[in-house]
Design a binder for this molecule. Structure first.
Ligand SMILES: [Zn+2]
Length: 402
């Protein structure tokens, strides 16, 4: 038996996500915060016998990757108050989302710029993997919870300012391609290596085709905040489903999409062209009631968060979900477990060029989630450190600091 260093240990299961995305028996060897070995096949138990080993009776997956998430635990990730941002990140990390983007929503441009600067600081610290700008250049008709008075056509000068405030960490920009100047904005963003997502849009198929032709590759929360399908006036959804260059986001929180809508999309795009995202708002993890979060009042009822306008609950304001819950929900809706896991790990990592996460692969950061048989999170590791230990899943409270 070759010697293993002291900091080295083994995590194994009969249902481990292999680098191919298949679930099968196997184990990973973690050393110095990285995955040092991956062993596939029945022989892993025998091999691991004399080594320090955590054996999971459930499913072991890569750490989950959520590329569309605004906040959690009452906090915005991109809050100008850095401590608040860290609390939101901590909330998601502890629930299995070990890689995430800070999504920055529409507000006054000066506030958007300040939030981008704040989020870039979290990127520099290695707490999050990037920034998703979902602000300003969206459709008025399909604005969802975005305040209409700040929506506008893409402007190259403002776009440059936004990219600069993001400090090189903006990985994705959502825009409505039908807005004047949007196609030129796509050229500018693609030229800087930024992924362009089509969303909050009422575009017709020809505009979607043009946007994809210029380099847009993602559909932001497909179906939600998009003009719905009509058989003669199809809107953007059928084109986004059919185009092999587009990867679609789905919010499988059980609130935003019906099981049929999820199954229809998955059937249309196949296993590797959809990503599960939460679009979680700051209200994720908060109990039912009225909350003042991120300078907005939100009412949460049965897991649905709505912005409150003139005292009345209005548009749905993101989800209150965690990505692990969305994985479990998607499986409950009829998505195959391997496909659901891939859609929350390997596919977002591949789509966004995140080489260090998304797969249990030699050399990758040691990010892992252990799911129990009820698909509840039973252990989370990030960079080789247990954030919650198997069998001791921490119950997290809003009072808990980082
Ligand atoms: Zn969003």
């Amino acid at each position: 038996m070759e010697a293993l260093r002291e900091s080295t240990f083994v995590i194994g299961s009969d249902r481990l996500a292999w680098p191919s995305g298949r679930l099968g028996p196997g184990c990973v060897v973690v050393a110095n915060g990285r995955i040092e070995q991956v062993r596939e096949g029945e022989g892993w138990r025998q091999w691991a016998e004399d080594r320090p080993t955590v054996v999971s009776s459930g499913i072991v997956t890569p750490g989950l990757v959520d590329t569309h998430v605004h906040g959690g635990a009452g906090c915005l990730i991109a809050s100008e108050d850095g401590a608040e941002g860290r609390r939101a990140v901590d909330f998601h990390h502890h629930r299995g989302t070990t890689a995430l983007f800070a999504s920055v929503a529409t507000a006054e441009p000066t506030r958007v710029l300040a939030r981008l600067r704040a989020a870039s600081e979290l990127c520099r610290e290695g707490l999050i993997e990037g920034i998703h700008l979902e602000a300003l250049f969206l459709s008025q008709e399909q604005r969802g919870a975005h305040p209409v008075e700040h929506l506008r056509d893409p402007d190259p000068g403002l776009l440059e300012d936004l990219l600069e405030a993001g400090g090189g960490f903006i990985k994705m920009v959502t825009l409505a391609p039908e807005r004047s100047g949007a196609l030129d904005a796509i050229d500018l963003l693609v030229g800087r290596g930024v992924r362009v997502a089509i969303g909050h849009t009422a575009a017709d198929p020809s505009v979607v085709d043009q946007a994809v032709g210029r380099g847009a590759t993602i559909a932001t929360h497909l179906y939600n905040a998009m003009r719905p399908i009509h058989h003669r006036v199809p809107g953007p959804i059928p084109s986004l489903l059919l185009d092999p260059q587009v990867v679609v986001e789905l919010i499988a929180d059980g609130v935003h999409l019906s099981p049929e809508a999820v199954r229809m999309a998955v059937r249309a795009v196949g296993e590797s062209r959809f990503m599960l995202i939460t679009d979680a708002s700051a209200a994720a993890g908060l109990p039912d009631g009225t909350h003042d979060v991120g300078h907005r009042v939100v009412e949460v009822e049965n897991g649905m968060a709505r912005i409150v306008v003139n005292g009345m609950p209005g548009a749905v304001a993101g989800s209150t979900a965690t990505l692990s819950l969305c994985v479990a929900n998607a499986i409950g809706m009829g998505v195959q477990p391997e496909a659901a896991i891939l859609a929350a790990t390997g596919t977002p990592a591949r789509t966004h060029g995140l080489a260090d996460c998304g797969a249990l692969r030699v050399g990758a950061r040691a990010d892992l989630v252990l799911f129990d048989d009820d698909l509840l999170v039973d252990g989370v590791m990030r960079s080789g450190v247990w954030l919650s230990r198997p069998g001791h899943t921490a119950s997290w409270s809003a009072d808990e600091g980082t």
